[in-house]
Structure formats: structure tokens, C-alpha cells
Write a protein that binds this ligand. Structure first.
Ligand SMILES: Cc1cc2nc3c(=O)[nH]c(=O)nc-3n(C[C@H](O)[C@H](O)[C@H](O)COP(=O)(O)OP(=O)(O)OC[C@H]3O[C@@H](n4cnc5c(N)ncnc54)[C@H](O)[C@@H]3O)c2cc1C
Length: 436
């Protein structure tokens, strides 16, 4: 069997390594960071081990459930009744079920019926081909009308995608609506999952399973080059050392690919370089009091420049209130380089607006996580822009979170792709079946 190198020890890389070992390959994972987990990695937050970036699980996340079952950690999966709120122009509203929609005063009855019907049909839809060339804004305006788009969506898009806000694929946003919209106990009750102990439990179980099967996970090992000769991968370079492999699976974000793989043609590099990503500055706050009773709160308020907050302790039971305040933005945005202190001060100021009962002394701890490439931007027609996972270099597969478009980035899809990449080492037809 093959000597397989996996670049990246996030969910995709570790799942690829685990499944490649099961298929009998000899596997080494190279991770540039000092911890495994990638976007799902934990850190020490004032004595609490927690994800740098919030993670919830939906009922559609089958690949995660299957993997957890295989790893013997299904009992760590916890489901909770969760709720959503909407803060619009200085007031809180309930959101996320038909009664909340009917009671929402910012829209007329017809707009509400159109919105409700659209959301319902989106959770039932299976085929996304008709949405592939449709712009998300046009799709929403067509279904709900302009007023509902302005009230419910425009600011969310603007504050997440900035200059790309009007160039987002309807197919991509549809999968998000469907994934969350079907994670319910009943039409009136949303239900989300989390892992008891956090995503780290899954990451550690994967690392353990990889090492238990004889694989190696090398942390702090940044790959500087993936090498090839005469159109076939030969291995990689790490810490100045050339290592030989028969197959390489890269799971690093696409913006890194063209520099990492000099053997790719200019045309292939241009395809990776054309995929845009936005970054995130994610403020994490520990508080003495809750902000709301909701897991998530969407915000549409001229004085608050974020699209929402995630009150994580309303999902995973924690000793204190823990809130994530994500600032998504392109790296070119002037705010991106602001200091952590400036982000914390602003974010806590917003929370105090959302809940005036919060006092300065209620802020117990804060941390800021930053990622330069946190969210791929998927415009209409994105499928045709995606490179093939099996590259033009034999033995080299490359994917990141945008490759499973129209699905949004998520642990479950990364895990599923990791498994497919492992199989494709000897079975390239896997990608034909997947349409990639
Ligand atoms: C703010 C935020 C919120 C999220 N919320 C959710 C959620 O609620 N639910 C959910 O399911 N998913 C969520 N996600 C997405 C989820 O975290 C990702 O889809 C998943 O973790 C991606 O795993 P991956 O292995 O594909 O990529 P990554 O985690 O990006 O892994 C790639 C790895 O490659 C490493 N690397 C890069 N370059 C090199 C190199 N040259 N050499 C060696 N290693 C290298 C990186 O350090 C990284 O560890 C969220 C993500 C973010 C950012």
C-alpha cells in the first residue's frame, strides 16, 4: 500500500489519515500549528478548555455521527433545545418559529407568509441545480420581497461579506438555511448539538485512533513545499527536509496552495488564487451574567456593527456565561488590524447595549482568535470555478472547506471529504461519483 502524507491536522486531514490507515496505507500527518484541530482547535480560556471558534452540531451532520460512533464517543454527543432571537433597531424579538414570525412587528402579514413559505420550502428542497447561478440577494427579494430582505438579510450579508455581499450564491445560502432549519425537535423547537467537552474530544479521539493504527501526527511541522516530478507527486519538504511519499493529501486553505505546490501549472494556480476568503476576528467573553436566553442572536441595528452573537453557554453547559462575538471581514478591511483590546472593548460595549443590566465588572475574561482565511466566498456559478480534488499532479489531492460547496464549511463535511480523499488514493473514481 502507499506511503501517504496528509498536510493539515484539522477535521479533514485527521479523518483522511484515519481512513487511509484503515485502508492499509502508511500515514504521516503534518500540522503547522502546535496543536491539532485547525479551526476546531481548543485553547485554554481562563481555565476552561474551549474552541477558539464556536461549534454547534446539526441533525444533518451524519458524517460526524458515524465517525463518533466508530471512535466510540457517541455518548459525548449532547442535544439541547436552543432558541434564536433578533435584535432590530434597539428591541429584542423572538425568532426562529412560526409564532415568532407572526408576532414580528417589522414586516407585513404578506411578507411574513412569503418568508415562512420560503423557509419551509427551502428545508424540503433537495435539488440545488436551479440555484447554482442565482444570486442570494435576488433569490431572497424574489421570494420575500424587498422589505423583508432589507429588514432580515441585507445587514447580515453586508457585515459578513462586505464588498462581496451582493455576489453570494443562492445555492450556498440555501444549504445553510436547510442545515439549521432541519435541526429541530418540532416545527416550534430548534435543537442543536455539541460535544460534551467540546470539539477537542473528537479531535483527540481522531489523533488517538490515527496513532493507535500506527500513523504519525507531527505537530509544529509546517510543510513548505509539496514536490513533484514528471507530473507525479514525490513528497514534501518540512523544516528543510525532503521526505518521500507516494501520495499527498493537502487540506490547507486554498490561498496557500499555489505557493505550496510549485509543480502546478500557472492555469491551475490561477484557479486556486481566484477563490476568495474572508477572515474572522472572534472575540470570546466570559461574563458573570447571561446576555440573553438564546444560543444565537441576530442583530440589525445601526449602532452595532456585527451581524450577531453566539451565546455558547446556552448550548454547552458551562460554569459561566460564554459569548462569542465574531467579526467576519476581508483581511483588507481597516478594522482587521485593530488591537485585541479594541475588539474586546467594542464587543463588550455591544453586549451592554443588547443587555443594559451588564455592568463593567461583569466581564470576567476575554480572548481573541483570528483567522486570515475563515470563510470561503462562494459566488453564483462557483461549482464551475472549483478545481478538481484530484489535481493534474498524479497522487496529489487538494481540498479545503470550499470544495464541498454548496455545503458551508463545517466539521461534518470536512470529515466526509477526508474519508473520500482517503478512498481516492487508490480509487480515483470516487470523485467522479461525487461530481468533483
Ligand atoms: C468562526 C467559525 C465558526 C465555525 N462554526 C462551526 C460550527 O458551528 N459547526 C461546524 O460544524 N463547523 C463550524 N466551523 C467550521 C469548521 O471549523 C471547519 O469546517 C472545519 O474545522 C475545517 O476543518 P478542515 O480540516 O477542513 O480545515 P482546517 O481546520 O482549516 O485545517 C487545516 C489545517 O491545515 C494546517 N496548515 C495550513 N498550512 C499548513 C502547512 N503549510 N503545513 C502544515 N499544516 C498546515 C492549519 O494549521 C490547519 O490546522 C466554524 C469555523 C469558524 C472559523
Amino acid at each position: 500500500m502507499a506511503r501517504v502524507a496528509v498536510v493539515g491536522a484539522g477535521a479533514m486531514g485527521l479523518a483522511a489519515a484515519y481512513h487511509a490507515l484503515k485502508l492499509g496505507h502508511q500515514v504521516t500527518v503534518f500540522e503547522g500549528d502546535r496543536v491539532a484541530g485547525g479551526m476546531a482547535a481548543h485553547f485554554d480560556f481562563d481555565g476552561l478548555s474551549i474552541e477558539r471558534f464556536y461549534h454547534f452540531i446539526c441533525k444533518a451532520d451524519r458524517a460526524t455521527f458515524d465517525l463518533m460512533a466508530e471512535l466510540g464517543i457517541s455518548d459525548k454527543l449532547i442535544w439541547r433545545d436552543t432558541s434564536m432571537g433578533y435584535y432590530v433597531d434597539g428591541r429584542h424579538y423572538r425568532w426562529g418559529d412560526p409564532l415568532a414570525l407572526l408576532a414580528f412587528p417589522k414586516l407585513g402579514l404578506l411578507d411574513k407568509l412569503r418568508y415562512g413559505l420560503h423557509m419551509f420550502l427551502s428545508t424540503r428542497r433537495r435539488d440545488w441545480s436551479a440555484l447554482e447561478h442565482v444570486n442570494a440577494r435576488d433569490w431572497f427579494v424574489k421570494w420575500h420581497g424587498r422589505r423583508a430582505y432589507e429588514v432580515l438579510w441585507r445587514r447580515l450579508f453586508d457585515l459578513k461579506f462586505f464588498e462581496y455581499a451582493d455576489d453570494i450564491s443562492a445555492a450556498w445560502i440555501w444549504t445553510r438555511i436547510k442545515r439549521v432549519g432541519t435541526s429541530r425537535r418540532s416545527v416550534f423547537q430548534e435543537q442543536l448539538g455539541c460535544i460534551d467537552g467540546g470539539s477537542e474530544v473528537l479531535i483527540e479521539a481522531l489523533v488517538g485512533a490515527v496513532e493507535g493504527r500506527g500513523g504519525k501526527v507531527r505537530l509544529g511541522a509546517r510543510v513548505s513545499q509539496i514536490t513533484s516530478e514528471a507530473g507525479r507527486v514525490t513528497g514534501l519538504v518540512v523544516d528543510g527536509e525532503r521526505l518521500a511519499f507516494d501520495a499527498v493529501i493537502s487540506t490547507v486553505p486554498t490561498p496557500f496552495v499555489s505557493a505550496l505546490v510549485p509543480g502546478l501549472s500557472d492555469a491551475a494556480k490561477a484557479r486556486y488564487d481566484a477563490i476568495r476568503n474572508i477572515g474572522v476576528v472572534c472575540v470570546l467573553l466570559k461574563l458573570a451574567k447571561p446576555v440573553t436566553q438564546h444560543f444565537w442572536l441576530n442583530v440589525n441595528d445601526a449602532g452595532i456593527d456585527i451581524p450577531g452573537i453566539v451565546e455558547f453557554s446556552n448550548l454547552r453547559k458551562l460554569p459561566d456565561t460564554v459569548v462569542y462575538v465574531p467579526y467576519y471581514m476581508p483581511q483588507t478591511h481597516p478594522k482587521f488590524t485593530r488591537s485585541n483590546e479594541a475588539f474586546v472593548a467594542e464587543a463588550y460595549g455591544y453586549l451592554r447595549k443588547l443587555n443594559p443590566a451588564l455592568q463593567p465588572q461583569d466581564l470576567k475574561a476575554s480572548q481573541v482568535g483570528r483567522l486570515r482565511y475563515a470563510q470561503p466566498v462562494c459566488p453564483p456559478g462557483f461549482l464551475a470555478k472549483l478545481p478538481k480534488v484530484q489535481t493534474e499532479i498524479a497522487g496529489l489531492q487538494i481540498a479545503d472547506t470550499c470544495f464541498y460547496y454548496p455545503e458551508d464549511r463545517g466539521i461534518s463535511e470536512s470529515v466526509r471529504y477526508g474519508q473520500l480523499m482517503a478512498r481516492a488514493v487508490t480509487e480515483p473514481a470516487v470523485w467522479e461519483a461525487e461530481g468533483r
